[in-house]
Design a protein around this ligand. Structure first.
Ligand code: 8YV
Length: 328
């Protein structure tokens, strides 16, 4: 007799190769149309599934998890950030949560560097100018941005992505500064040539570029509050490829409009997919639709991680990417 395969409900469309393998290994229910699930549909899914595979677009909060059936033992998130899953409730109901770290580190660091360059060198503005037909030709004082070589970069959150960014930044001639809950190992500090600031406030006031690279947790919600943003120098820029909730978006928007800081590059927003309409009017903001890790290779690698996490778990082992709340 063959063993019954676990029911795995996948909330969004994943790369084809991953979906095919999902079908081979499990009793998989896919979302071919890729229409995000409503709350009612998510509730139905947690009632039925043995394993749920959500993404950042699904809010798996207490009110959804309250309906979880006896069978739901694993939430295998497709993505590294798990701020859309109520980890405490999951733990109290004995549900394991896994994520997909490492595989999107380099892609996200690339996008962060791209945003630093885009804001400093006015890439999006230049592109808009060409397309609008307003370009009258080269002029010595036209479209002047700012050099990044020789400037100071302050990284908020020196985890995997922060370190990958630091390596790139060095190559672009930026000196690396960072703030982190814990100071990193002296060997890593030396390798990255990074200066540690115990005080985030102090670092904000002393660097030219700020990059947000920490996870969104209750402790980092609005970490860059209106008060802290005001500590930045007027010529400084801010880049966020982590989570919108870490920055007070209305305060940032006001400051950009009033030129209290020079510019911002945002790949993430507080209320995605909604974007503050005032941000859309600003030339000094470069805005991207949460595409920091959006490479085909990255998505396939993320899917592989999800498959491995589920397979290991259903085979009775500890999945490699189990999320441990305190370590986030
Ligand atoms: C993912 C991300 O695309 O993994 C993350 O935390 O922010 C993104 O890069 C998304 O979360 C997939 O669920």
């Amino acid at each position: 007799m063959t063993k019954k395969k676990p029911l795995v409900i996948v909330t969004r469309k994943l790369p084809e190769a991953i979906e095919t393998r999902m079908m081979e290994l499990f009793d998989a229910r896919l979302n071919i149309d890729d229409i995000p699930m409503s709350k009612a549909e998510l509730i139905e899914a947690v009632k039925q599934a043995d394993v749920l595979v959500p993404t950042v677009t699904d809010r798996i909060d207490t009110s959804v998890l309250a309906h979880a059936g006896e069978n739901l033992r694993l939430i295998a998130n497709f993505g590294t950030g798990v701020d859309h899953v109520d980890l405490q409730t999951a733990r109290s109901r004995g549900i394991t949560v896994t994520n997909t770290p490492d595989v999107l580190t380099e892609d996200t660091a690339d996008m962060t560097m791209a945003l630093i360059l885009a804001v400093s060198r006015r890439l999006a503005e230049g592109e808009r100018m060409i397309r609008s037909g307003d370009w009258g030709g080269w002029a010595p004082t036209s479209m002047l941005g700012h050099r990044i070589w020789g400037k100071r970069l302050g990284i908020v959150g020196m985890g995997r992505i922060g370190r990958a960014l630091a390596r790139r930044a060095k190559g672009f001639g930026l000196s690396v500064h960072y703030h982190n809950r814990r100071r990193i190992h002296p060997d890593s500090e030396e390798e990255l040539d990074a200066t540690y600031w115990e005080s985030l406030d102090q670092m904000l006031a002393h660097v030219d570029v700020i990059s947000v690279n920490c996870p969104h947790t209750p402790a980092t919600y609005h970490l860059l509050s209106a008060r802290r943003l005001k500590l930045m120098q007027p010529h400084a820029i801010l880049v966020n490829t982590a989570r919108g909730e870490i920055v007070d978006e209305p305060a940032l928007t006001r400051m950009l409009a009033d030129r209290e800081i020079a510019g911002a590059g945002l790949d993430v927003f507080e209320h995605e997919p909604a974007v503050n309409p005032k941000l859309l009017e600003l030339q000094n903001a470069v805005l991207l639709p949460h595409m920091g890790s959006a490479t085909l290779e990255g998505r396939v690698d993320m899917g592989e991680k999800v498959l491995i996490n589920i397979k290991t778990f259903v085979d009775g082992h500890t999945p490699p990417d189990r999320v441990i709340e305190g370590l986030l």
